[in-house]
Write a protein that binds this ligand. Sequence first.
Ligand code: GRF
Length: 218
Amino acid sequence: MIGLGVLVSGNGTNLQAVIDAVEAGVLDAEIRVVVSNNRGAFALERARRHKIRVEVLPNGALPSREDYDNRLVDVLMGYGVDLVVLAGFMRVVTPVLLNAFHMRILNIHPSLLPAFPGLNVQRKALDHGVRFSGATVHFVDEGVDTGPIIIQAVVPVFDDDTEETLSERILKEEHRIYPQAIQLFAEGRLEVRGRRVFIGDAPKVEGAMENPEVTILK
Ligand code: GRF
């Protein structure tokens, strides 16, 4: 069984989805440690409730970003982590972590990448006027939200959406696809060729999707 190290900074609803999937027996992995850069993250409380070990490594605890990641690597390796799962971890990782866990770091992002990388992306999607947005699980590389894409889920954007309603709709999909992607990794079914990720025995999806319901202005 593969060992996960989940890195968090905030609320931890994606961590919760992973915990729930493991406990439900649909994700064949063990969360060996949850690491936070933020002592006050509610995600830590979620981990403790499920008797998962936690470590706090505050921002600025070490002189440089590389020193920070070296410590992180030591912690993760110390717990026997095979796969690093970024779940709302608000730090850009350095090559120190990337090299130690080459193609063994996943991230979830609340947009259909490569549209809207970075922060405040639900706001950006609304402001841009897209008809669809969604969630993306991808391998992490040296860029910000640029790594090879594993799974995406699409949600409609409605005329009366706010940042909150859109975020909520996307988050629901995040919680569905993140455990799925981790399970695919655990089963050894992900093959990365350049930018593309091939999934062994993936079901084929036919057809296309159209605009969601729109308001007709009179
Ligand atoms: C999620 O929207 C995730 O995609 C983004 O940060 C948010 C974290 O939410 N990277 P949570 O802490 O998992 O609830």
